[in-house]
Design a protein. Structure first.
Lengths: 94, 459
């Protein structure tokens, strides 16, 4: 499982990089297949078609959930336009 | 057939054309509306304004960036160049001298002061400004600039020597001089050298905005234009590792992991002391499951940047993957020492301690993780299991109930909650938990069959 954790974390980073998310604003972790994302979910470049706020967060969450080996996503990152930080556990449906 | 070919040639083609300067301004303005405090956006916007000849607004952008972050060296340097453009020499010099105070060893500072003297026609002083500490090796961009200043002074031999040294130390200058046929004749083509002098970009910080343009092109899928912009940035100020990192990112966004890996390897080769390249290559190896290679990169990165908590965290994660838990604990503790609020690192530390059999310490770290606000079914489950192993049955039940609540679809907390109820002598609750486990745990067939059998016997 742990070998997979390091792989999962690298995969999550790669996904966020492909989606032009600013990784310098995030702290990521993966333990036992559970992905933790905290910080600010800020796009590196605001494109015209960029979803903001909850939409961006939900999209990123779904994409992380689809990575092989991910059991659960704990998304505590704020997206642009969102207010106070809130920790939410988002279980992956079995 | 011929007619069809002709028609194909004359048919209007759809082509995406991006006015990158305008798009950069729009993007940065939108970003600043969302994040008015981000000084990096202000600095980039100022550079775009300089590109558009809007010097006064640019000065305002750089000044605001510096209000937000007075130690922002690049914004201070850009402010100096904006003043220089207006002929405000005193203000420009003040900005450049402050850059030295922020980072005395940054080679770009010498380019700034040299550019200031060049703008005033003080070529001797422009050359002197490029000299660094005694016996220190000059960075290639400084050597390139020195060569051009030597041309200003009419010292062709010295110019050739400096060009030659820049070429020896930088692949970017090797390519540039070859392309311009600088050394096609012996000892040096004066015409080629003068052409390079005419093209000189006095503001060496322009590589940052060119890289930003490259990213914008890449964002819109215009890979060719992106590559051109990155190459132009490299010409303005060769940062070999940065150049290959940009290309690696371009390859990653295009889904070409082999090309990305190749670019990252070239970034490390170009500058083995660049931690960004080491970290990026480490992640790429990690993604491929090449743990040993990833560990090697992160170990070097940790030596290069011992104060980066992320590097220690990822090294700890990789040591866990390699079952080197003692080393993992050391690195994870280091990450937390550097950043006590690093919650994923504390969670991973708890995991590594548990694997070492240090149950009490592991439980302590899980408790701290939970009280810091990082919670998941997995964290509660592990805390519950440890409570149970330490004979703290009530606490175990509380934690395991929280695990079930956090992820009601996960069978494992139900299983362990059943064990905890059994330890407390609450058989009915234990059976209910295990039934729930069986409902959820079809994939755990072997474990489930054994349990079903014992339930059937009235356990």
């Amino acid at each position: 499982m742990q070998r997979l954790d390091a792989q999962i974390l690298a995969e999550v980073r790669s996904l966020l990089e492909r989606r032009w998310i600013d990784l310098t604003q995030l702290r990521l972790g993966t333990t036992n297949g559970v992905v933790y994302v905290e910080g600010m979910l800020r796009p590196r470049l605001e494109a015209r078609d960029e979803g903001a706020g909850q939409g961006l967060r939900e999209r990123i969450k779904r994409e992380i959930e689809s990575i092989a080996g991910v059991r659960e996503v704990v998304l505590a990152a704020l997206a642009p336009g969102e207010g106070k930080e809130s920790w939410r556990s988002v279980p992956r449906p079995h | 057939m011929a007619k069809r070919s002709e028609a194909a040639l004359t048919r209007p083609r759809v082509q995406l054309v991006l006015d990158v300067v305008r798009e950069a301004e729009r993007t940065l303005t939108a970003s600043l509306a969302a994040h008015p405090d981000y000084s990096d956006y202000l600095n980039l916007l100022g550079m775009v304004q300089l590109e558009r000849g809007q010097t006064a607004p640019a000065i305002e952008s750089f000044s605001t960036a510096l209000e937000r972050n007075p130690r922002y060296r690049a914004a201070r340097s850009n402010l100096g160049h904006a003043y220089l453009r207006l002929g405000c020499y005193a203000e420009a010099l003040d900005a450049f001298e402050r850059c030295v105070q922020v980072d005395p060893f940054e080679p770009r500072n010498r380019l700034d002061v040299s550019a200031w003297h060049t703008a005033r026609g003080e070529h001797d002083l422009a050359a002197a400004a490029l000299e660094g500490p005694k016996d220190a090796e000059m960075a290639p961009p400084v050597l390139h600039r020195l060569a051009l200043v030597m041309l200003d002074l009419g010292r062709l031999d010295d110019a050739a020597r400096a060009f030659h040294q820049a070429r020896q130390r930088s692949a970017a200058y090797t390519e540039l001089y070859r392309e311009r046929r600088l050394f096609a004749s012996d000892p040096m083509s004066r015409e080629a050298a003068e052409a390079l002098r005419a093209e000189l970009e006095m503001n060496h910080n322009r590589d940052e905005i060119l890289t930003f343009y490259g990213n914008l092109y890449a964002r819109y899928g215009l890979a060719l234009e992106a590559r051109k912009a990155y190459a132009e940035a490299r010409r303005v100020y060769p940062d070999e590792a940065g150049f290959y990192l940009s290309l690696a990112h371009l390859a990653t966004t295009a889904g070409s992991s082999d090309e990305a890996l190749d670019c990252l390897a070239r970034a490390v080769e170009a500058d083995p002391r660049d931690p960004r390249a080491r970290i990026a290559l480490g992640f790429e190896y990690s993604r491929e499951g090449q743990v040993e290679e990833a560990v090697a990169q992160f170990e070097v990165a940790a030596k290069l940047r011992p104060s980066y908590p992320d590097v220690h965290f990822n090294l700890g994660l990789l040591y866990c993957a390699d079952e080197r838990f003692d080393e993992a604990v050391r690195e994870l503790r280091h990450a937390i020492q550097l950043n006590p609020g690093y919650r994923p690192a504390r969670n991973q530390l708890a995991y590594a301690l548990r694997r070492l059999g240090e149950d009490a310490q592991a439980l302590d770290e899980y408790r701290r993780t939970i009280s810091s606000g990082l919670r998941s079914s997995d964290i509660y489950l592990n805390a519950g299991i440890l409570h149970l192993s330490l004979g703290q049955v009530d606490a175990a039940i509380e934690a395991l109930k929280a695990a079930v609540e956090a992820n009601p679809r996960d069978p494992l907390p139900c299983y362990h909650l059943g064990l905890a109820y059994q330890r407390r002598g609450q058989r009915r609750r234990a059976r209910a938990s295990w039934r729930r486990f069986l409902e959820l745990a079809r994939e755990f067939d072997s474990m489930g069959r054994g349990l079903a059998s014992s339930l059937g016997q009235g356990t």
